[in-house]
Each structure stands twice: as structure tokens, then as C-alpha cells.
Design a binder for this molecule. Sequence first.
Ligand SMILES: NC(=O)C1=CN([C@@H]2O[C@H](COP(=O)(O)OP(=O)(O)OC[C@H]3O[C@@H](n4cnc5c(N)ncnc54)[C@H](OP(=O)(O)O)[C@@H]3O)[C@@H](O)[C@H]2O)C=CC1
Ligand SMILES: C[C@H]1O[C@H](OP(=O)(O)OP(=O)(O)OC[C@H]2O[C@@H](n3cnc4c(=O)[nH]c(N)nc43)[C@H](O)[C@@H]2O)[C@@H](O)[C@@H](O)C1=O
Length: 322
Amino acid sequence: MVDTNAGSFFSEKSAKIFVAGHRGLVGSAIVRKLQSFGFSNLVLQTHSELDLTVQSAVDTFFASEKPKYVILAAAKVGGIHANNTYPADFIAINLQIQTNVIHSSFTHGVEKLLFLGSSCIYPKFAPQPITESALLTGPLEPTNEWYAIAKIAGIKMCQAYRIQHNWDAVSGMPTNLYGPNDNFHPENSHVLPALIRRFHEAKVRGDKEVVVWGSGSPLREFLHVDDLADAVVFMMDKYSGLSHLNVGSGKEVSIKELAELVKEVVGFEGELVWDKTKPDGTPRKLMDSSKLMELGWEPKISLKDGLVDTYKWYLENYAAKH
Ligand SMILES: NC(=O)C1=CN([C@@H]2O[C@H](COP(=O)(O)OP(=O)(O)OC[C@H]3O[C@@H](n4cnc5c(N)ncnc54)[C@H](OP(=O)(O)O)[C@@H]3O)[C@@H](O)[C@H]2O)C=CC1
Ligand SMILES: C[C@H]1O[C@H](OP(=O)(O)OP(=O)(O)OC[C@H]2O[C@@H](n3cnc4c(=O)[nH]c(N)nc43)[C@H](O)[C@@H]2O)[C@@H](O)[C@@H](O)C1=O
């Protein structure tokens, strides 16, 4: 269902918009995108200025700022190892942040909120490509079920507030993302930034080998974060439906193919060694994003171009400081 009133967001460039998590990979890309369109009244709070897990602080913030729009890109986020190692943090922090932000947004008169989940909400063996209707049709991937349960609760909370209160809360489910301001932690990050850093450091040291986790056979779909930010702004303007919407590139690669591509872009000349003691995670998670694409959004950045751009960002902004 698409709201017939959709389309007003772009005509309100001075409306107050709270982008939660604005210093992260996704939040920073959304801020860049909003600013490029001329939105001029963004409310931004760092984690130390406003801890979104603290209900009273969140409520006080909304009561005083009264934003018109909210984009929720703050969350406890990490790759397969972080999800597997800190399950309590991933379920508790995410439930707290999203519950506080969604409920206070509703209570204090926010007109529209966009919640971000992740493709890990779907069953481990969902039919591919995965449509929105696959939600809650089978068991989850064990390495990230805690995070997935929190994200599913977020989708359901948005739906429940829409049904009971006719409140405009929508959810976008991005596939695996990458780009400027990613997390390059050696263990806790996602595969793409982890490999950029590992190949780069190996090249600088002159190593003969780089270790890559798992078997290399899992398939993943990657989307540049600037394309995701474009989809978020598009949804704020054009979509007000009950169902969450998938946001993906529609293109998948194996982890082996990805590793070869990162190796080429970084210019590492040694060998790959596979550490099969590390988990593969879900074997495949290609999303069907046709619902969003039929509304008029499309991804623009190829994986190769996005990788070149992200490695350049890494060299200029991260490698020099770490
Ligand atoms: N990265 C990916 O591949 C994907 C991400 N997503 C979704 O996109 C959203 C953003 O992810 P991403 O940008 O990658 O994550 P990041 O870790 O890069 O950014 C998350 C942001 O949230 C902030 N934050 C975390 N906890 C709190 C808190 N208690 N109070 C206030 N701020 C807090 C962080 O601040 P600080 O660092 O200071 O703690 C950070 O700025 C998430 O909902 C995630 O599920 C979905 C699919 C894939
Ligand atoms: C976005 C999504 O991200 C997470 O799921 P994931 O897709 O499995 O994420 P990942 O990027 O960490 O791994 C992808 C694949 O890559 C392999 N792999 C190889 N070498 C490294 C490596 O060095 N680091 C990592 N992290 N993975 C590696 C790794 O073994 C796996 O097979 C969710 O927990 C959840 O956060 C979520 O929603």
C-alpha cells in the first residue's frame, strides 16, 4: 500500500529531522544525502550526548526538540564474529534503542519515522531471492538470531503503531552495506571492511598470505551505503505502507569472489588462505527488492566502483590514523 499523501517530504527542506546514529556508516551517508538535497534542519546527537538506551533521556530529548521526522540508524552493529560473541548486547541494546526511539517519536508528535532492520531477519533457508513475505516462515541463522529477533521486533513495533494509532512508521531492510565511515575493526567488522584492512596491511608489510574466514562459498549481496541513503530518502518521500521493504542491489558474489576483488583493488600480490574454523553463516541471502524498485528507486553504484571508492576513503581517512 502506498499512501496517496506521499511526496510531501521533499517539499519541506526546513522541517526538523532527527537522524539517530549520524556518525555511523549509514547515518553519515543519510546526512550527506539529506544535505545534498538541501535539507537544512537536521538534529544530530552523538552517543555521548544522548544514550538512546536510556528511556528517560530519550523522552526528554523528544519533548524538547520535537522533530517532525525521524530516521533511526543508531544500533549495535557488527559482523558475524561480533554477533556470535556478544548476543546479549545485540539483542538488549537494539531492543532498548528502537523501543525508546519509536515510542518517544510517537508520543511527541513525530509525523513519520523510518526504522532500519537488516536482511538477517529472514529464515536461514528462505527461498531466493527473498521476498518480504518470507519473514517469520522458518528458523533464523544461529550466528545472528539475537540481532535478528530485535530487528523483527522493530518491524512489528512500527506495524503495530500504524495499525493501532494510524501512525506513519515504515521499515527498510538493507542488505550487506559498505562505504565511507565503515567499521574497520579486525574482528568485529563486516567482511568487506575487514578484508580491505587485512589486504592493505598485508601489502604494506609485504606478507605472502592473507587469511580469510570460512569456506569462501557463502553468497552475499552488497550495496554501497550512498545507494542505501538514496533509498531511505526516497522512502521518506514516497512510501507509507505496512510492510517492510527490502533494499538491495540484486547482485550477489561469493565470499571467494569478493576476496579476489578486494585483493585486486588493494593491489595485494600474495595468496589467500581459508580459515575453515570460522563460521560461514547463512549460505545465501539475496533479497528481492522489486517492491521498492517498482516505486522508482534503483541502485547506481557497482561493487567494483564502490570498492575502489571505499579503499580510497580508507587510505585517506583511516589507514593514516591507525
Ligand atoms: N552495516 C551494514 O552492513 C548494515 C547495517 N544495517 C542497519 O543500518 C543501521 C546502521 O548501521 P551502521 O551504520 O552500519 O552501524 P554503525 O555501527 O556504523 O553506526 C551505528 C551508530 O549508532 C550509534 N549508537 C549505537 N549505540 C548507541 C546508543 N546507545 N546511543 C546513541 N547512539 C548509539 C553509534 O554511535 P557510537 O559509535 O558512538 O556508539 C553509531 O553512530 C542499523 O540499524 C543496522 O542494523 C542493515 C543492514 C546492513
Ligand atoms: C549485515 C549482516 O552481517 C552479518 O552477517 P554476515 O552477512 O554473515 O556478515 P559478515 O560480513 O560478518 O560475513 C560474511 C561472510 O564473510 C566471511 N568472512 C570472511 N572473512 C571475513 C572477515 O575477515 N570478517 C568477517 N566479518 N567475515 C568474513 C564470513 O565468514 C561470512 O561467511 C550479521 O551478523 C548481521 O550483522 C547482518 O545483518
